[in-house]
Design a protein around this ligand. Structure first.
Ligand SMILES: NC(=O)c1ccc[n+]([C@@H]2O[C@H](COP(=O)([O-])OP(=O)(O)OC[C@H]3O[C@@H](n4cnc5c(N)ncnc54)[C@H](O)[C@@H]3O)[C@@H](O)[C@H]2O)c1
Length: 335
């Protein structure tokens, strides 16, 4: 992990999606580094409670607002972003519920694509010229081979992936006009405390309702790379500090490892409801838009100088310890 460091001149940054799972962890780390953070979130999926630690800091300001309604908050934002020369935007606001976006494409159009389009417009208005963006493995779509930043053609299988890919497109186009530098992080599946969604979160929620049975979507053999949120934030900060091309695009993930849904279902059941029977719904995919198996190359990131310490299974195990209700496994043991 990066240790807090002294910064000669305090920087001001805007974090969109600050009350979300990743955004709140990033906010805590930026504040620990001595930066001034303006957190913006519409609280559609995020929670104010995720920002408990941030609210303790005099350097944190929270704006409950939708990025797409930025003109209504422009004067306030202009006042807050007092140091545009050194400020930057970490744009994390998006619809993180892939299934909701498959059922209603408007959700990803508005919250995953237009949020990026409007963040760029806002940045232009405020004179902010550096952007870090949370993209996703979902932009790649189904591929047999190891996914590297040069993999293609890119045919996303979900509206969410399509809108992330379109977001990458408008960011690269903005480099031709006002944007000075962009960092695009292609996240894998991220796990850890404050999760608002994802397979571990879903399994725990199901077991809380019915500790006797755990329904797992698909055949359990879906296999994906999982990274712990602390390591993800570590990598984001490292890339932003070290990569200095105009456009810096990086896969972030565990090294050469992935975890099956069966592994996760069994580990969650062990932690939360050991007597639960696991029932697989069958089929290779969990839901429309799911990419059931993929593996990530992080060679580019390793060459830059960063690699994770945890394997995918270890990240999952740690996240389950963080998320499972304390004492659940004891209370559910049948004597
Ligand atoms: N967690 C993962 O596994 C994962 C994987 C790949 C990419 N990502 C990306 O990382 C980012 C953070 O994801 P997360 O897991 O923390 O999800 P999250 O849902 O917890 O956080 C996203 C936050 O954005 C906010 N938001 C959404 N639309 C908004 C809007 N229009 N205006 C203002 N706020 C808005 C939500 O309320 C939420 O707090 C997202 O861009 C997501 O697409 C996450």
């Amino acid at each position: 992990m990066h240790s807090p460091r002294l910064i000669a001149q305090q920087t001001t940054c805007l974090v969109t999606g600050a009350a979300g799972f990743v955004g709140s962890h990033l906010t805590d780390r930026l504040l620990a580094q001595g930066q001034r953070v303006i957190g913006l979130d519409n609280l559609r999926l995020g929670k104010r409670s995720h920002l408990c630690q941030a609210f303790q800091s005099p350097d944190f300001i929270f704006l409950e607002a939708d990025v797409n309604d930025y003109p209504a908050n422009l004067a306030r934002l202009r006042e807050l972003v007092s140091a545009p020369a050194n400020g930057m935007v970490w744009h994390l606001a998006a619809n993180s519920d892939i299934r909701a976006g498959s059922e209603d494409p408007e959700v990803d159009l508005r919250h995953t694509f237009l949020s990026t389009f409007n963040v760029l417009k806002l940045m232009r208005e405020l004179g902010l010229r550096r952007l870090a963006f949370s993209s996703s493995s979902a932009i790649y779509g189904p591929h047999e081979d190891l996914l590297s930043e040069d993999s293609g053609p890119l045919h996303p299988a979900s509206n969410y992936g399509a809108m992330k890919l379109a977001s990458e497109g408008v960011i690269s186009a903005a480099l031709e006009t006002f944007l000075e530098r962009a960092w695009i992080f292609r996240f894998p599946n991220v796990v850890g405390s404050r999760a608002t969604h994802g397979v571990i979160y879903d399994f725990l929620a199901k077991l809380a309702v019915n500790p006797a049975e755990l329904e797992a979507l698909g055949d359990g053999r879906q296999q994906k790379p999982y990274l712990h949120v602390d390591e993800l934030v570590d990598a984001m900060l490292f890339i932003q500090e070290q990569a200095a091309e105009p456009l810096n695009c990086y896969n972030i993930g565990p090294e050469d490892s992935a975890t099956t849904v069966q592994y996760i279902a069994e580990a969650v059941a062990r932690a939360a409801a050991p007597q639960a029977v696991i029932r697989y719904t069958g089929g290779v995919k969990g839901w429309p838009g799911d990419v059931p198996r993929f593996s990530y190359s992080i060679g580019k990131l390793r060459r830059l100088g960063w690699s994770p310490k945890l394997t995918s299974d270890q990240a999952v195990d740690l996240a389950i310890r963080e998320l499972a209700p304390a004492g659940a496994s004891q209370s559910n043991v049948v004597e």
